[in-house]
Design a protein around this ligand. Structure first.
Ligand code: GDP
Ligand code: MG
Length: 597
């Protein structure tokens, strides 16, 4: 297809504003699915994506839309919707020329939409403003229109109004994609340059690589080279993505599609990498490639010790499909055998945990997350520590560095005070404050990553009634005073509960953790002492009083139905306690530090 008849676009929207529903209407309108079929939300293929209402992987769907007698190819390239994956988002956006900015008329523009809009503008995308859910009685179309005009500097007539639910306005929107978004402009007659915007592992096909061709063309049978690894492959299959693979002989300049080239692991087809020919290829890769960098570390353990062998196999399988997951074996006195893992962020951790449970039926518990500290010892030796267990004796330490993040928070002006207070508590360094309009501001801060991963996002949402949005990228390492805090249950140190935090917070967090433990650990027949300590020094303590005998009678009895065995096993796993000495400790206790204030 000639470039002038191609449009590559994505949809930028806040969660629940109707992105998936609109994508379904597009597919109906372009006859990829039949009208009224309940194929609902085709883009989110994983159960987990549907449930969380977020897209985790990028996808691409090719549609053909006829405008005034001419067929146009519209490639919808969908992006993940979370800050953990902002690099993946940026590569998917880089594959597009335009973006639909979709806003729910009953909610108006939300903070999150803005940070996604900025990402799109950073990538020089043409923005097509669209108001959705105009069928709702409480839709405030005019108000939303005014806001959009103010932010984008556009005219009200330029805004398209649709109902993704009823389909109203959807055909006009497809027309506007053709008439208002630019066609790709690359040189078709030169060596190929194609961007990998996602890759995934398919059980039957091996690694499937999603690409956008920027120059030249890729053909079946081509010997290709990937820039970051300098490895060479042969294209076995190439084609378009729809509901199914649609093999072709080539992908030409401006097109998006997939290739299969006997690549063994997704780690070999990295997001952001450039594909060219192994002989006579282009000189330079496309800009913007980054190695996936784990930022958050945590140890995962099977809740049932007998699942360990199974976990070894399952995590290796997960890794085939998730290049950014890293792991190594670990053993804990309290929790037995498991893995120390590195993740892109907290959501990534959550996803891995959930997938192990759902896809491999292994209930998992994860320890308090940490970041990587750079530690210089008095002996001159330098260490990289991401596990509190490995934290050296404080008397041997010369200096410690911790990662800082460039952080952007967008918040309605009403909540600035609350947010500034929170950020200050988290050791934030203010860079600048910009007003977007009279109702919203952008706060730029530098924040230690460890402060972000300890439940910062949830607290930010709480103090802003859900309106603030957060975005952050790695800035640099800075000298810091952190200490390791150990937790003792009845005098026994629980290695998996140790955490590293800033010295100024050790006392408060230690206290808060022992208090949380006192709440989540059930009463026993004996008294339980909970202590927090730095080195040998106790800094906080709480006590759980013994259970009175008469209450005990009510706790037992009742039999569990075994009908839905599999489900029960999972549920039980979730409830199952760990024995620390003679104390039964529920799983959530291992994350008590995240609840600390
Ligand atoms: P996403 O998170 O942006 O993908 O949003 P979804 O497509 O999952 O939509 C979120 C909710 O809004 C769902 O319950 C949809 O049925 C509903 N929804 C989407 N578009 C419309 C619309 O135009 N009108 C109405 N009334 N509801 C809609
Ligand atoms: Mg969705």
């Amino acid at each position: 297809m000639k470039e002038e008849f191609i449009r590559n676009f994505c949809i930028v929207a806040h969660i629940d504003h109707g992105k998936s529903t609109l994508a379904d209407r597009f597919l109906e309108e372009t006859h990829i699915i039949g009208k009224g079929t309940e194929v609902s939300q085709i883009l989110d293929s994983m159960d987990l994506e549907r449930e969380k209402g977020i897209t985790i992987k990028s996808h691409a769907v090719r549609m053909v839309h006829n405008y005034q007698g001419q067929d146009y190819v519209l490639n919808l390239i969908d992006t993940p919707g979370h800050v953990d994956f902002s690099y993946e988002v940026s590569r998917a956006l880089a594959s597009c020329e335009g973006a639909i900015l979709l806003v729910d008329a009953s909610q108006g523009i939300e903070a999150q939409t803005m940070s996604n809009l900025y990402l799109a503008l950073d990538n020089n995308l043409e923005i097509l403003p669209v108001i959705n859910k105009i069928d709702l009685p409480k839709a405030d179309i005019e108000g939303t229109e005014n806001d959009l005009c103010e932010i984008l500097g556009c005219l009200p007539e330029e805004i398209i109004k649709v109902s993704a639910k009823t389909g109203e306005g959807v055909k006009d929107l497809l027309d506007a994609i053709v008439t208002r978004l630019p066609a790709p402009k690359g040189n078709p007659d030169t060596a190929p340059r194609a961007l990998i915007f996602d890759s995934y592992f398919d059980m039957y096909r091996g690694v499937v690589v999603l690409v956008r061709v920027f120059e030249g063309k890729l053909q079946k049978g081509d010997k290709i080279k990937l820039f970051s690894t300098a490895r060479e492959y042969e294209i076995e299959e190439i084609g378009y993505l729809g509901l199914k693979f649609s093999p072709q002989t080539e992908l030409t300049c401006g097109e998006a599609g997939y290739i299969i080239a006997n690549i063994k692991e997704v780690a070999d087809a990295r997001v952001g990498d450039t594909i060219t020919l192994s002989k006579g290829g282009c000189e330079n890769p496309l800009p913007g490639f980054r190695e996936p960098k784990p930022m958050v570390y945590s140890s995962i353990f099977p809740i049932n010790g007998e699942d360990y062998e199974n976990l070894v196999e399952s995590i290796a399988k997960l890794k085939l499909n998730d290049a950014s997951l890293i792991y190594e074996k670990e053993s804990s006195a309290a929790l037995g055998y498991g893995f120390r893992c590195g993740f892109l962020g907290m959501l990534h951790l959550e996803i891995v945990k959930e997938r192990l449970l759902r896809e491999y039926n292994i209930p998992i518990m994860a320890t308090t997350p940490s970041v990587r500290f750079l530690i210089k010892l008095k002996s001159g030796e330098e260490l990289q520590i991401n596990n509190p267990v490995d934290f050296p004796d404080p008397s041997t330490i010369e200096s410690i560095m911790e990662p800082f993040m460039d952080t952007e928070i967008i918040v309605p002006t009403d909540y600035i005070g609350n947010v500034l207070k929170l950020v200050q508590e988290r050791r934030g360094i203010q860079k600048d404050i910009q007003y977007i309009d009279e109702k919203r501001v952008t706060l730029h801060y530098e924040l230690p990553l460890i402060e972000i991963i300890f439940d910062f996002y949830d607290k930010l949402k709480t103090v802003s009634r859900g309106y603030a949005s957060l975005d952050y990228t790695f800035k640099d390492y800075r000298e810091t005073d952190v200490v390791k805090v150990d937790i003792l249950i009845n005098g026994e140190k629980v290695d998996a509960m140790s955490f590293i935090c800033h010295q100024d917070k050790a006392y408060n967090w230690g206290k808060s953790v022992t208090e949380t433990l006192a709440e989540v650990i059930p009463k026993h027949l004996f008294k339980i002492a909970l202590q927090a300590a730095i080195g040998g020094k106790i800094i906080a303590r709480s006590t759980i009083n013994p259970l009175r005998k008469d209450v005990l009678a009510k706790c037992y009895g009742g039999d569990v139905s075994r009908k839905r065995k599999l489900l029960e096993k999972q549920k039980e796993g979730k409830k199952k306690m760990k024995e620390i000495g003679s104390v039964s400790v529920p799983q959530e206790a291992f994350l008590a530090v995240l609840k600390a204030d």
